[in-house]
Design a protein around this ligand. Sequence first.
Ligand code: PGA
Length: 249
Amino acid sequence: MTAPPPTVVVDRREQAEAELAREIAALVRDRGRLVLGVATGDTPSGLYRELARMRREEGLDFGRVVAFGLDEYLGLAPDHPASFARQLRENVFEPLGIPESSRHVPGDAEGGDEYERRIRDAGGIDLQILGIGRNGHVAFNEPPTPRESRTREVRLHAWTREDAVPAFGSLAAVPERAVTMGIATILDARRIRVLAFGRRKSAIVARSLAGAIGPDVPATFLRDHPDLRVWLDRDAALELEPARRAGRS
Ligand code: PGA
């Protein structure tokens, strides 16, 4: 049986954001050049604010950081307010000062193979920042997704589209298709760092970290990774211990 991944439970999400920001800052300072995989959505927003604060107040220099976005809706103008390209530009690329030539988003690539090639040419992803969707997706790898999946076009799951309604104004306006890195692409990253906060993530956190590994909960595949760390706040961790105990009995 796979050992449970290192999981850190914090009282407030800001503690997780600060810890992960310190890890990233140390890598940026030590190595200069770092290839970062960057997630969008609410979950990593505080982490990006903390990294931007470190740049402003501590002079942390992201000038040699190369960034790869995880996923993107299909059929949106790149400047659409809900597009991940725009979210990344406004919340990550600009505030951190990542050079334009080092910014990569899947919507810009000529297909999945081209995006995979860009990641390889950059030397592979050193650290991948990830959230988990309520249905167990990571990036837009909706259930069921095989472990061998690579960057490709996908159809979005009903829950994913529902969760996106606030960003689009109505369900009808939420795109049906997207492009996403695959599970195998994500597992190639040297370090994987997952954040999950809030009561609405507690059931899927328990299934992802303590349930059977397989395509029906794509996040379970992360447990095969040799350098995975997961940060949860108390609400997101609520069902994890009971699930682990049940798994052992
Ligand atoms: P969220 O999404 O950060 O908006 O909760 C996480 C995800 O779907 O990966």
